[in-house]
Design a protein around this ligand. Structure first.
Ligand code: ZN
Length: 475
């Protein structure tokens, strides 16, 4: 057993049993992977002492929705495209053609995890199609990861850019679910001790009713979280109302699939959203009353002019909200800033939410969604997932309120050191567990490679440059 003491930190964000608290000039200890002491005047033993002067000690952030095995590859390609025939979503026309190949996948994961660690994320929900070596790549990174292997009964495609079609294969969906469940079991038994799992039927429109019900029953019997993409596009909203006569949220509620273990990525198109007005006005209350969580990932939607309306309204209704990065940049602090500004502009009201709500969503809101009361807070007995912020960084100053300085000004530039389960994984702003520059270089090569296959996969046989024109004409 080794004990680390962070002595006399400029600020500790402690936990009083109900809420985060600012504790100036406080000490924190952790022994192996667990927090021991949070308070003032620690006089017990310590093997390592870190001088906390000029540092803020805060809980590691919890990211409940991301796709690290694919999204990093799309940088520069999908920032400014959305299908006009699909209400500006990029899901149906572009997601299937910009895909990481098997060689690129581990590099994608390493790049995403590096960026997330550098922005203070210590727990990540990794929603991916299962891929070889997945658990080992995650374990090497030293992060706490909830593996979320996606499965489904159908894939979507388009022949014309305005109609989504579904190719159904229900037995394949059931088989993929069984494989996902056994992979989750392997994650839980992984010697790193940092991997766990959730059950993820990929999208509401690609899963049969039986797969939805069966997957939820499995999550319940195993005590796991259950996450699904739903209410994420106008096309999907109309598809579900056409099939079932219910909104996506209404359909999940009708099937009894909304609960405290349910996470809805992304819960945007409710029955009272201006783009999808329906004859009911119950979806927000359904989410709140059932205790479901919304995984809010603003960047990937804001690119296409789409956003949740609005964080503050959901919160006042009583909906639990967690935050995810979904796409690049895998920067949780950038994402939080966008959460805040979009909420205010959508509400037309700067008081619709505040930095307390924001920090809570990125810590305890996400932890609750994942069924964990031992992360997202600094209290004795919690896991030692800890971020040290440089309060003396010029962009943190002046420092009337260090969380606001971090989110609204300094961002990841002020993140100095990150511990996960008591292990140091970032120091002096460098990832210790991953060769981030090497992975990023490999990803560049992979992007060149996959661009070649775009015309073959696209319904209109366009090149990547035609779909996503460069910023300037090449002279
Ligand atoms: Zn997603």
């Amino acid at each position: 057993m080794t004990t680390t003491l962070i002595r006399n930190a400029g600020m500790v964000i402690g936990w009083d049993g109900k809420a985060h608290t600012y504790m100036p000039d406080a000490d924190l200890t952790f022994t192996d992977g667990a927090i021991g002491f949070v308070g003032r005047g620690y006089d017990g033993p310590a093997d390592t002492v870190i001088d906390g002067k000029g540092l803020m000690v805060m809980p590691g952030l919890v990211n409940i929705h991301s796709h690290p095995s694919s999204e990093p590859l799309n940088k520069g390609l999908i920032d400014e495209i959305g299908s006009p025939g699909f209400y500006n979503s990029s899901l149906y026309e572009y997601l299937p053609i910009f895909r990481a190949d098997a060689e690129a996948v581990p590099h994608c994961v390493r790049v995403a995890l590096s960026e997330l660690l550098l922005s203070g994320v210590t727990t990540l929900a990794d929603l991916s199609m299962a891929h070889p070596g997945w658990l080992d790549v995650l374990a090497e990174a030293g992060m706490r990861v909830c593996i979320a292997p996606m499965f489904r009964s159908a894939r979507w495609f388009t022949r014309n850019g305005h109609l989504v079609e579904y190719e159904w294969n229900e037995p394949a969906g059931e088989k993929a679910m069984a494989e996902a469940l056994s992979l989750i079991e392997r994650a839980e038994q992984h010697p790193s001790g940092r991997l766990f799992g959730m059950v993820v039927p990929a999208q509401i429109d690609t899963c049969s009713e039986a797969l939805l019900r069966d997957s939820f029953a499995e999550a319940k019997s195993r005590g796991l979280a259950w996450q699904i993409h739903a209410a994420q596009s106008v096309s999907e909203f109309h598809e579900i109302t056409r099939r079932h006569g219910y909104t996506p949220i209404g359909w999940l509620d009708h099937l009894g699939l909304l609960s405290e273990r349910s996470i809805i990525g992304h819960g945007i198109f409710l029955d009272d959203h201006p783009s999808t007005p329906w004859h009911t006005k119950q979806d927000l209350a359904r989410l709140a009353e059932t205790g479901a969580t919304v995984a809010h990932c603003p960047t990937v939607f804001a690119r296409r002019g789409i956003t949740l309306k609005d964080f503050g309204r959901y919160k006042r209704a009583g909906v639990n909200i967690g935050v995810g990065t979904d796409t690049y940049p895998h920067n949780m602090l950038d994402e939080l800033r966008l959460v805040s500004y979009l909420a205010r502009t959508q509400a037309g009201d700067p008081r619709t939410m505040n930095s307390t709500d924001l920090f809570n969503a990125a810590t305890i809101g996400g932890a609750r969604a994942l069924g964990r009361d031992d992360i997202g807070r600094l209290s004795p007995g919690s896991r030692a997932d800890i971020v040290l912020v440089d309060l003396a960084h010029p962009m943190m100053r002046p420092t009337h309120d260090p969380v606001r300085s971090l989110i609204y000004a300094a961002g990841d530039r002020a993140i100095r050191t990150v511990f996960v389960d008591g292990q140091k994984v970032v120091d002096q702003g460098q990832v210790l567990t991953i060769d981030y520059p090497a992975a990023a270089a490999a990803l560049h090569e992979a992007q060149v490679r996959i661009k070649d296959s775009v015309p073959r996969l696209d319904w209109a046989h366009r090149s990547a440059e035609t779909i996503s024109p460069l910023t300037f004409r090449q002279a």
